[in-house]
Design a protein around this ligand. Structure first.
Ligand code: NA7
Length: 537
């Protein structure tokens, strides 16, 4: 077709996963690759989430690529938890170092993908009107990328400034002397609250559900620790990819209730001192995320810590969670301390929900709060949201929106039956872990699948429906045995109005996933079907 460009692989997205997919497919497999990104630069989530205070809450030794030791050695991080600017600089360095930009079209959204059953190729359209065909389609569109923007009535009347943390402007937003309202107290909310409070004349925090939060213990990077990792790099990478969470720390094998109350207290105290939410949840004891008693012991400790920090009893009451600790664990320094400031007020919007945005600010059921700046820290239509924003059609004219109407269905979180040769990096029903090293692992798996198809002249690969059903069943069996399905959060889709509330993850840990899914490569991809490509480009 005239004007249509044929390539081997189209990659959507240039975050951690998309950049690595481009490099892997183009430079290691020697395929022709075209990448697209809606943004004007690389970075994915780190391009968009520029809000004050934005930073990784994974320790940086695991929040980076681990596939190239030289890259790991040459890039010098400054802090234990890098800020958004530093992570974005790293990803820009990666794009330059591997000469990736020449294969990326920025400012271009992929709007439509359709599998042509006669040619065995994907037909891809973009917001700029480009048309491509590709044998393989890799979607690195982001787990936490499609914003959740609550539709409060009256927003258009507000005369001040409105921002969403995940769509923060590129230029600095100066809140000095301004009355600021932040809606939301997840990872983004807690970070932006701590950062904006000192500058604002007054900060109102509109909290719907209270959160547990442990200290991060921010600080400079420990160069000796990094050197130890470099010295034993292969073993370190292996340990990350065979652990449960891939966070780069040693997880505990010890159940919380198997030790004495005194010992438990000492372990929690040490975990608090070391900082990091995931570390507290997974390195203190083995079962905080699955055993209600272990979880209660942890929350009892965390509530006592909060009570030692927060001075005003009513603020403490509103801030104190009453449910399990089974959202994504947060960590941040100075979060609860911020509520001791004279210029910070906590508003309980569970008790009195927001009813509208007015000309002057936010009106809840019982009061109106006058504001100059409103910050939505309301999170994401996570996991499946970005895939469903693209008009995608697989075999038999079935769209992804139709297939996933009741819930997203995938095999290994990387492919979905009826959509041959379409791969998802960290798609639904993939492992619940720290992401960058797992992105690399999954892209390596995709590269092995693609190579298998090409070497054997098979044309396409796709999961069989019955096999996908088995995967879904085992994901659900594991997830419903955890506590994460018992508390509302983006992990189970309950944060977005109208979204299916269900399991979105494989919660068996990266180590088990690595063994099970990695084994498919050497076994010739059991459970997958292959079809001859009917025509070549
Ligand atoms: P989260 O963790 O989903 O947090 C969103 C917050 O916004 C949370 O406190 C929500 O309260 C609140 N929210 C959402 N909608 C509303 C409405 N309509 N009214 C009041 N409050 C609302 O998103 P984040 O961006 O902080 O973090 C997402 C992930 O990104 C994080 O876990 C890391 O993995 C990185 P709720 O708890 O739903 O009552």
């Amino acid at each position: 077709m005239p004007g249509v460009v044929d390539v081997d692989v189209v990659v959507i997205g240039t975050g951690f996963g998309g950049l690595y997919a481009l490099r892997k497919m183009r430079d290691e497999l020697g395929l022709t690759v075209q990448s697209f990104d809606d943004a004007d630069g690389v970075g994915g989530t780190w391009y968009w989430n520029r809000y004050p205070g934005a930073r990784s809450d994974t320790e940086v030794n695991a929040y980076c690529y681990l596939s190239d030791k030289t890259l790991f050695e040459e890039w010098k991080w400054s802090e234990r938890y890098p800020r958004q600017k530093e992570i974005l600089a790293y990803l820009n360095h990666v794009a330059d170092r591997y000469d990736l930009r020449r294969s990326i079209q920025f400012g271009t959204r992929v709007t439509k993908t359709a599998f042509n059953e006669e040619t065995g190729r994907w037909e891809i359209e973009t917001s700029k009107g480009d048309q491509y065909t590709a044998q393989f389609l890799i979607e690195g569109v982001g787990l936490l990328s499609s914003t959740n923007y609550p539709n409060f009535p009256g927003e258009e009347k507000f005369t001040g400034e409105i921002y969403h943390t995940a769509r923060w402007p590129h230029e600095d937003v100066d809140v000095t002397g301004k009355r600021v309202g932040v809606i939301g107290t997840g990872s983004s909310g807690t970070q932006v609250i701590v950062e904006l409070a000192p500058a604002a004349s007054h900060l109102h925090v509109f909290q719907r559900t209270p959160q547990y939060c442990v200290p991060a213990q921010h600080g400079p990077l420990d160069p000796e620790k990094m050197q130890r990792i470099i010295d034993g790099f292969a073993a370190y990478r292996e340990s990350v990819l065979t652990s449960i969470t891939s966070f780069g720390f040693e997880e505990s094998p010890v159940p919380a209730m198997s030790v004495s109350a005194e010992e438990r207290e000492a372990v929690f105290e040490e975990a608090w001192r070391q900082g990091n939410g995931f570390r507290f949840m997974f390195a203190a004891f083995s079962d905080i995320g699955v055993d209600p008693d272990a979880n209660a012991a942890a929350t009892d400790f965390l509530k006592r810590k909060m009570a030692q920090i927060v001075k005003d009893p009513e603020t403490l009451r509103i801030l104190t969670p009453t449910d399990l600790w089974a959202k994504r664990p947060l960590c941040n320094d100075g979060y609860f301390e911020t509520f001791n400031r004279d210029n910070v007020t906590l508003v309980d919007v569970k008790a009195h929900p927001i009813v509208e945005i007015t000309e002057k600010g936010i009106r809840t059921e019982d009061a109106e709060y006058e504001l100059d700046v409103i910050v939505y820290a309301t999170g994401f239509d996570a996991v499946s949201g970005m895939y469903l924003k693209i008009d995608q059609t697989g075999r038999g004219g079935v769209t992804l929106q139709q297939k996933w109407h009741d819930r997203p269905r995938t095999t290994y979180g990387m492919m979905t039956a009826g959509f041959p040769n379409m791969f998802m990096i960290y798609g639904p029903m993939g492992p619940f872990t720290n992401q960058p090293p797992v992105h690399e692992w999954q892209v390596d798996w995709m590269a092995a699948a693609i190579k298998y198809v090409l070497d054997n002249d098979l044309g396409t690969i796709e999961p069989e429906v019955a096999f996908e059903d088995q995967w879904m069943g085992s994901c659900d069996e594991i997830a419903y045995a955890t506590l994460f399905m018992k508390v509302n959060s983006w992990i189970n889709g309950s944060n977005v109005v109208g979204k299916p509330v269900t399991n979105y993850f494989y919660m068996g840990g990266m180590g088990a996933y690595n063994e099970l899914v990695g084994g498919a490569v050497t076994e010739g991809f059991p459970g997958f079907g292959f079809g001859k490509q009917l025509a070549t480009a």
